[in-house]
Design a protein around this ligand. Sequence first.
Ligand code: UDP
Ligand code: MG
Length: 322
Amino acid sequence: MPRAKNPHFSVVVPCYNEGACIAELTSRLTKVLDDCTGTHELIFVNDGSHDDTQAKIEALAEADARIKHIRFSRNFGHQMALTAGLEHAGGDAVISLDGDLQHPPELIPELIRYWDMGYDVVYTVRESNQGHAAKEFVSRAFYWLLRKLTGVSVPTGGADFRLMDKRVADALRDCDERFVFVRGLVPWLGFKRKGIAYQAEPRYGGSTKYKMGRMLSFGLDGVFSFSIVPLRLIAFIGTVTIVLGVVYAAYTLAVRLFTDTAVSGWTSLMIVVLVFSGTQLLSLGILSEYVGRIYEEVKHRPRYVIADKSESLGRTGTEPRR
Ligand code: UDP
Ligand code: MG
């Protein structure tokens, strides 16, 4: 499918306390985008920052009408910021990248080149995690598990640095679920995809917002919003338990009937009680994850709240449905 002659690109950047990076990021982005054919808009989504992020963005927007902003009323999380940006993007293709310069803007022409060649999603795969061996291992294991559980080919080392054709972005806008895991949704949507490798740079300034706890919750969102396999696993464990239980019951009955050593020990009883109650609690925990998510979905609250945004976004972009 031929692409537009003079394409318009939307670049979406979620920012949470990225005051230290905004100016440098903008200058690098603008330089790269000015060299590309077509026009662009830069949408910064300020996810409830406490630092000078908003002031920095507004100062830049003042000087360049192509720079736009959305300011959340509080912190709603990276994935929500990404979603809000997408919902307001009016480009023929939407590019998203982090605000900390770990995703080199200089790779954008390459993303665009593949889009021009007919790919609808051009995603990037981080080549290494800056020597954090443990983080790298956990991340590999997680994406492997996610692929196994969901059957969706979520790439390992995937980052939210990608280009999506307008049609993909539109389809993504239609996924209005509360627990958004963009990295899983994009491959789930399908379309013609191309992955390219890149070397992640160290953070330009500021500090990471993904500490251990948040990474865990991000991972759980990935699993529980994409897969019912954990629920099936409960049924499977239950079945195995019942089979084992019946065999053991038959054994105890045989001991009772045919031998006189019937008063068996406290140990075996304790083991059975502990193992079974553990299994039950785990199963309940898994069930509650889903119940909790259903609860969040049925409340039907808005997914994020915008405190203010650039006027031009209201006119050119798609308004969020809720
Ligand atoms: N981010 C956000 N809201 C949050 C946490 C992070 O918008 O609640 C943004 C952050 O500003 C950055 C991107 O998401 O642009 C990725 O976060 P970070 O660089 O801290 O993650 P890491 O690269 O360390 O995994
Ligand atoms: Mg980062």
